[in-house]
Write a protein that binds this ligand. Structure first.
Ligand code: HEC
Length: 137
């Protein structure tokens, strides 16, 4: 993987994703590509095979959506939200992927090195989940 560098926006940026592929808050790429780039940059260093977490999420950019273990997959921790899953298509508020990254506290994601939720990232995730069809496409 190409080296990551730290941008002014406070997010790690993988050079490979910037060069010719989607930047989360740029104009290039589809919404899906920009969200997947966001998840890769901010989450996949832990959420990948061998990443050391007790959950089996794989949020790398190159992973097919069907292999991310998110779409309609039950959450280990539903955060007390009835019916919540990792991603519920069309329902950001029922999707722990969104809930975890949009709030700070004991269950926040990323779990370290941040005490302010990324509002722009949360808005991106909201749009993505709200626009999904039943198969998360
Ligand atoms: C430094 C490592 C690390 C990073 C970075 C990280 N996570 Fe996590 N994540 C964990 C660990 C460890 C757990 C299991 C403990 C827990 O549930 O809080 C977890 C659990 C989760 C869960 C719960 C899954 C379930 O089934 O209940 C979700 C959803 C999640 N992370 C999403 C994210 C998102 C989205 C990002 C990026 C914005 C992210 N994580 C970044 C380490 C990380």
């Amino acid at each position: 993987m190409a080296a990551a560098r730290y941008k002014d926006e406070g997010a790690f940026v993988d050079e490979a994703l910037c060069d010719g592929e989607a930047y989360p808050f740029g104009a290039a790429g589809t919404l899906d590509q920009r969200v997947r780039a966001y998840l890769h940059i901010n989450c996949s260093q832990c959420h990948r095979p061998g990443g050391g977490t007790p959950v089996n999420l794989d949020l790398r950019y190159q992973t097919l959506m069907s292999a991310t273990n998110t779409c309609n997959v039950a959450a280990v921790d539903d955060l007390g939200v009835s019916g919540a899953k990792r991603v519920v298509p069309g329902d950001p508020g029922g999707s722990v992927l969104y809930l975890r990254m949009s709030q700070r506290g004991a269950k926040q994601m990323p779990p370290i090195a941040t005490n302010i939720a990324d509002a722009a990232g949360a808005a991106l995730l909201t749009s993505w989940i709200a626009a999904m069809d039943a198969s998360c496409q």
